[in-house]
Design a binder for this molecule. Structure first.
Ligand code: ZN
Length: 312
């Protein structure tokens, strides 16, 4: 073979190899933004337990040995909350949070405080004239914990997870629209808890600079039709939604129009009224779900037999 011929062959071979490499690279590199590298310590973990407390809310978040309880269902759920913490050997909560003073959110927190102590207690009100609220404060008192009302912007840390209170924005907010909205980040995954916030609070939060986009949305107000507006859902852009509601509750939650919005926005839905307690885990990059029962339940179907047009 002449020198010129072997050089030609070498160039041809290089060109073929480069072309193959280019194709391989094109196959392995997805178009668009690459996910940020996740920097989590060895053995780190993150779990959200959406507890089935019937018509109420209770989310237990565990990260790297630290625990946060957001709401605890009604007072009747106190013993369930107590035994859930006991079964998971959680004797200490870094945070105990009542999103707002309604009984279906703070009632069961007394059960939690009967088993575990806590460092920080938050609620959207410091005083509230109901027996349930007095009871919550009584148990906080027994544990020498002072109830605080955090402002929007308050930062949280739980193990390797970080978070922020992003609502309510207005200090004049009342009722459901005075629910603490909490957004947590773990690696590249994020979680938004909205209490019973309705369109009014959602709009205020959207008008603020706080980041709302989240992988998982704990759907507001048990799936009521006045929560999770289309604007809010499009801004949060969740891949997954979780509704906490009681089977055949008298409020008609979750409402068919909300279920339609969730389906139209392609949000993969889980429901405690159909599927029991729902466990969500994150490795910092992706989240996975497991349910207590009925994995194949028709979650977009309105199953509540109490539903009527005049039900909110
Ligand atoms: Zn509620």
């Amino acid at each position: 073979m002449t020198k010129a011929k072997s050089l030609k062959k070498f160039i041809l071979l290089s060109a073929v190899l480069s072309a193959i490499l280019l194709v391989l690279c094109a196959c392995t590199l997805p178009f668009g933004k690459q996910p940020e590298p996740v920097n989590l310590p060895e053995g780190s973990y993150f779990e959200v337990h959406f507890l089935d407390v019937g018509q109420g809310d209770a989310s237990l978040i565990l990260c790297d040995g630290e625990a946060m309880l957001i709401d605890g269902g009604n007072s009747e759920e106190s013993s369930f909350i107590y035994s859930y913490l006991e079964n998971h050997n959680i004797t200490h909560l870094k945070y105990i949070i009542g999103t707002h003073p309604d009984a279906d959110h703070i009632g069961g927190l007394s059960g939690a405080l009967n088993y575990a102590d806590a460092d920080i207690a938050y609620c959207s009100e410091e005083e509230y004239d109901t027996a349930t609220f007095y009871n919550f404060k009584k148990y906080l008192g027994k544990n020498e914990i002072t109830l605080q009302v955090p402002k929007a912007g308050t930062e949280l840390t739980l193990g390797s997870a970080t978070g922020k209170i992003i609502g309510p924005i207005s200090t004049e907010a009342e009722g459901n629209n005075n629910s603490l909205m909490i957004r947590l980040e773990y690696g590249n995954t994020s979680f938004l808890f909205t209490g019973d916030a309705e369109w009014e609070e959602e709009a205020e939060v959207l008008a603020s600079d706080y980041k709302v986009r989240s992988t998982v949305l704990k759907v507001g107000h048990h799936g009521s039709k006045y929560s999770s507006s289309r604007d809010f859902l499009e801004a949060v852009y969740p891949k997954y939604g979780v509704i906490s509601a009681g089977k055949d509750n008298s409020y008609g939650h979750p409402h068919p129009s909300l279920l339609n919005r969730m389906e139209q926005e392609d949000i993969l839905l889980f429901r405690t009224d159909l599927q029991g307690t729902i466990l969500c885990t994150s490795d910092g990059q992706t989240v996975s779900f497991s349910v207590e029962k009925n994995l194949d339940a028709d979650v977009y179907e309105a199953t509540n037999s109490y539903i009527a047009d005049n039900i909110d």
